[in-house]
Design a protein around this ligand. Structure first.
Ligand SMILES: Cc1ncc(COP(=O)(O)O)c(C=O)c1O
Length: 422
């Protein structure tokens, strides 16, 4: 069951026709279903009843969604001062927040310490010294986990594979014990856990199992050596089935892993450690809960290809351009398939292609389409490229809806800019 479905020819988000939202608010527009977020969160909470599920804000740090996930019981995984501020504004207490990232500024480390986060996850031994100095200056003891790179291939797009040996993230597992020894040498640091995140859009159980076995071995060794660890953070990464709507991208159409399958495989492997498990899912919670609505500007007929030109593209949703990611494109008014087209954005880049070779109805200027599964790494990666304002955001619950973020404006883009007095 999905929050997005056709009823009498209209594509709905829960009880609200998307065409109605497009008319009332205007496109481009992000629309999110709160019920879908809840449907995606509950299986995690049920499968991991003793774990802290920290929603990865990088997937979508829109305040409305973060506050909703907090209300559902999720903690926060943040990677910047900005994301920490959103978590605080959403009401997430520090003790349910982890601070990640491979390049934290001094100001961000101080903000995390002052916000009493559960753990600062250090990405490198070189970072420990910086965290220690800031903690000392603030008269605090920083709770630190080390991000361990297990050297496991998650079988996903190379841009989102982070646990492989060649990635820039974490401390190689072979060097992890030395890193904990260094951590212990700083009086202003306390070793509280082990962190890991092997990648995103993972659709196989094997890489998680391999990783957790390696982490559990490391944890046993560190616990034997007397480190007072409390946390085992296995990161996020569960994939979703982007291909489920229509003629699927074969790489994306594997049946996605469920939190239950993950729990069944992982929990028996870590139970004896006595550590609190943390998870950091992002995509699997919010991607299927969001769509990006765009308007057809016109059709451009070429010798070989007809192109549908939209009013939105890589500026609002960069995944297709960045990763050649597949997103289904559906008309908000159902009609029989009539043409095979490339759907392109309005930006001056040949990579601004939202979808190639798509079977769609006979679209015309002014028609509205929905780019499906855009709730994760959509708005969060949107830019002002070509000086285009970012779209508005709407959340839907049942038959009610709210504009939770106004669209940016052309004038707004000039805000804060000044001419030099040359
Ligand atoms: C450290 C960390 N945790 C969690 C996530 C969330 O991953 P996903 O959205 O695939 O669940 C990411 C994403 O890259 C990450 O880098």
């Amino acid at each position: 069951m999905s929050a997005f479905a056709y009823r009498d020819g209209d594509l709905y988000c829960e009880g609200v026709p998307l065409a109605h939202l497009a008319m009332e608010v205007g496109e481009p527009l992000y629309v999110y279903s709160l019920d879908e977020v809840e449907r995606r969160y509950r299986p995690y909470a049920d499968a991991f009843p003793d774990a802290l599920v920290c929603y990865a804000y990088k997937a979508n740090s829109s305040l409305a969604l973060c506050a909703w996930l907090h209300r559902l019981g999720a903690g926060a995984d943040v990677v910047s001062g900005g994301e920490l501020r959103v978590a605080q504004a959403a009401g997430v207490p520090g003790h349910r927040t982890v601070f990640n990232g491979n390049g934290k500024s001094d100001a961000e480390i101080a903000l995390a310490l002052e916000g009493d986060v559960l753990s600062i996850n250090a990405d490198a031994v070189e970072e420990l010294e910086r965290i220690a100095a800031i903690a000392e200056r603030l008269g605090r003891r920083a709770p630190v986990s080390i991000r361990v790179n297990p050297g496991v291939d998650p079988h996903t797009h190379r841009h989102i594979a982070t646990g492989v040996t060649s990635s820039q993230f974490g401390v190689a597992i072979a060097e992890a014990e030395d890193a904990y020894a260094q951590l212990a040498s700083f009086p202003s640091l306390a070793a509280v856990g082990i962190h890991c995140h092997i990648g995103s859009q993972i659709t196989q159980l094997g890489p998680f199992v391999e990783t957790v076995d390696l982490l559990a071995d490391l944890a046993r060794r560190l616990l034997r050596q007397g480190y007072p660890l409390r946390l085992l953070d296995v990161g996020g990464g569960l994939g979703i089935d982007y291909g489920r709507w229509q003629g699927a991208d074969p790489d994306a159409s594997h049946s996605p892993l469920t939190p239950t399958a993950l729990a069944d495989a992982l929990l028996p492997r870590v139970r004896d450690l006595g550590l609190r498990l943390l998870l950091e899912p992002g995509r699997s919670l919010v991607a299927p809960a969001g769509v990006l609505l765009g308007q057809v500007l016109h059709l451009k007929r070429g010798a070989d290809t007809t192109r549908v030109v939209l009013d939105t593209g890589m500026n609002a949703l960069i995944r297709p351009s960045l990763y050649e990611a597949y997103h289904a494109i559906l008309p908000v008014r159902a009609a029989p398939t009539a043409m095979t087209v490339d759907v392109v954005g309005p930006n001056c880049e040949s990579s601004d292609v939202v979808g190639r070779g798509r079977a769609l109805p006979a679209l015309a200027s002014g028609d509205v389409i929905a780019i499906m599964d855009s709730g994760a790494y959509g708005y969060a990666l949107a830019s002002n490229y070509n000086s285009r304002p970012r779209p508005a955001e709407v959340v839907v619950r049942g038959e009610r809806w709210w504009i939770t973020r106004e669209a940016e404006t052309w004038d707004g883009l000039l805000h804060g800019q000044r001419l030099p007095s040359v």
